[in-house]
Design a protein around this ligand. Structure first.
Ligand SMILES: Nc1ncnc2c1ncn2[C@@H]1O[C@H](COP(=O)(O)OP(=O)(O)OP(=O)(O)O)[C@@H](O)[C@H]1O
Ligand SMILES: [Mg+2]
Length: 230
């Protein structure tokens, strides 16, 4: 693994991170010189208007994307100097991702969806089945293990997605608008799940428009036009 500099203090440390997009000659500065730290055990909500850079920042923090400028340390490793395959491998074991639209595979059962990242990481068939069952029980889906995404509700799909995100015991759970497709009551249950996982030691960062979710996090950070509003 590349990334020579090791930082032992923060789970995530971003230093002067910028992400620019060039689109048909236009330069878009989605994230402009952001520095921040996420500590182990944090539950951080990233809020701000549409287009303020929340998703872009979340993807940078989770090593999904690389900054145009600046450095990000995740679990003490510089993820900004890795090659794409190295970053993908690192992400598989260190980051769990949850998306607004769940991104589950429709032909696979809940259990099989949760097993997938473990199969990619080379976990044995028996171990990944056991862990998938344990995780689905943890998110309250003991009675939906063999259901496919089309056979369960939106809130249940998002629980499967959370279980899948936790499969490889990531140090950081990242969620981009995780309640964007859910009604208010189901969103409230998702917040309770995040809070309960956080109490068990899972570090979480969510980008969200959902004020209840943001209020339920331990910390909030507001982005405006690609910058942190102080
Ligand atoms: N792939 C891309 N190419 C070009 N511009 C992009 C790309 N992705 C995002 N942007 C631009 O970067 C800025 C930040 O986008 P981003 O998706 O991070 O905002 P956001 O805060 O997540 O918005 P929303 O609340 O609507 O999800 C926007 O101006 C957007 O148009
Ligand atoms: Mg977004």
């Amino acid at each position: 693994m590349t990334g020579t500099a090791r930082r032992e203090d923060a789970l995530v440390e971003a230093r002067e991170v910028t992400r620019e997009y060039r689109l048909k000659g236009d330069l878009i500065q989605a994230v402009r010189g952001i520095s921040l730290e996420i500590q182990a055990g944090d539950f951080l909500a990233i809020v701000g208007p549409s287009g303020s850079g929340k998703s872009t920042l979340l993807h940078l923090l989770g090593a999904v994307d690389t900054p145009t400028d600046g450095t990000i340390y995740l679990d003490g490793t510089d993820v900004t100097s890795m090659s794409d395959p190295q970053r993908a491998r690192f992400r598989l074991e260190h980051v769990g991702l949850v998306f607004q639209r769940f991104h589950l595979l429709p032909m696979l059962t809940a259990t099989e969806n949760v097993e997938l990242p473990m199969a990619e990481a080379g976990v044995s068939r028996r171990d990944r089945r056991n862990r998938a069952v344990e995780l689905l029980e943890r998110v309250g889906l003991a009675n939906r293990m063999r259901h496919r995404p089309g056979e369960i509700s939106g809130g249940q799909r998002q629980r499967v997605a959370v279980a899948r995100a936790l499969a490889n015991r990531p140090s950081l759970l990242l969620a981009d608008e995780p309640t964007g497709e859910l009604d208010q009551a189901t969103s409230g249950e998702m917040l309770e799940l995040f809070q309960s996982l956080n109490e068990d030691g899972t570090s979480i960062a969510v980008a969200t428009h959902d004020l209840t979710l943001a209020a339920g996090a331990r910390k909030r950070l507001t982005l405006v036009d690609g910058r942190i509003r102080e």
